[in-house]
Design a protein around this ligand. Structure first.
Ligand code: AP5
Ligand code: ZN
Length: 221
């Protein structure tokens, strides 16, 4: 039992924004591989040092390493009723490896939500993104500015810009996305669990309403 949801979409499509709201509404853990790697980087752990170069340049961290982290995280007790994966899987080998893992647990991906946003919109969004290093809240200077200049509404912490949100790196991440990640949309379509939500020109709240409908159709109350 449980509800296992995978969030798909280009960098900046709004996976994190939506996953945070969903996690709250459905009381499921939000597992973002990007957040996990960035936390290690901030804390200077051996894993953090190992992934720094990939993160800063927008390249993918090797599949084996990423899959091992997800296998470990999803085995934790708080995942027993399901979870929301954000940023994983991100390549066909990751999707296949994850499927094998779920199979050993007699589980499945119940819903893969693809937020579809154009590349032009992505570049505009990501260069204006800011986030809170303390609580992880996501802001946007254009679309969702904090109440007070550069300060988190929730805890007053000074907001930061991600290293990989510089325009040039955003373009590299988009290239990686189209080449390596996009094919998994078809993979989940073939499994019959794919749902696409248009994200361009829709507010985060409008996107969330569509996602709520999909989640209730997939069986959550
Ligand atoms: P990761 O952290 O996963 O980054 P990403 O996929 O590039 O996604 P983002 O976090 O940039 O965007 P998002 O879709 O969550 O958008 P958000 O909600 O913030 O990965 C980073 C790196 O980690 C990778 O490059 C790689 O190196 C490594 N990594 C992670 N997972 C890996 C894996 N599985 N395998 C290998 N390597 C991995 O929204 C973006 C902005 O837009 C925000 O400012 C937000 O406020 C705004 N916004 C959101 N929705 C809307 C809307 N509807 N309208 C207007 N603005 C909006
Ligand atoms: Zn905060």
């Amino acid at each position: 039992m449980g509800l296992r949801i995978v969030m798909l979409g280009a960098p900046g499509a709004g996976k994190g924004t939506q996953a945070k709201q969903m996690a709250e509404k459905y009381a499921l853990p939000h597992i973002s591989t990007g957040d996990i790697f960035r936390a290690h980087l901030r804390e200077g752990t051996p894993l953090g040092l190992q992934v720094k170069g990939y993160l800063d340049s927008g390249q993918l961290i090797p599949d084996q390493l990423t899959c091992a982290i997800v296998a470990d995280r999803t085995a934790k007790p708080d995942c027993k009723n399901g979870y929301i994966l954000d940023g994983f899987p991100r390549s066909l080998p990751q999707a296949e490896e994850f499927q094998r893992l779920l199979h050993t647990r007699s589980e499945n991906v119940d819903l893969a939500i693809n937020i579809d946003v154009t590349d032009t919109e992505i570049v505009g969004r990501l260069t204006a993104r800011r986030s809170c290093p303390k609580c992880g809240a996501i802001y946007n200077l254009k679309f969702k500015p904090p109440k007070k200049n550069n300060t988190c509404d929730l805890d007053g912490e000074t907001l930061i810009q991600r290293q990989d949100d510089k325009e040039e790196t955003v373009r590299d991440r988009l290239k990686v996305y189209h080449e390596i990640t996009e094919p998994i949309i078809e993979y989940y379509d073939r499994q019959g669990v794919l749902k696409t939500v248009p994200g361009t020109g829709s507010t985060p709240d409008a996107v969330f309403k569509k996602i709520e409908d999909l989640v209730s159709a997939a069986g959550a109350s």
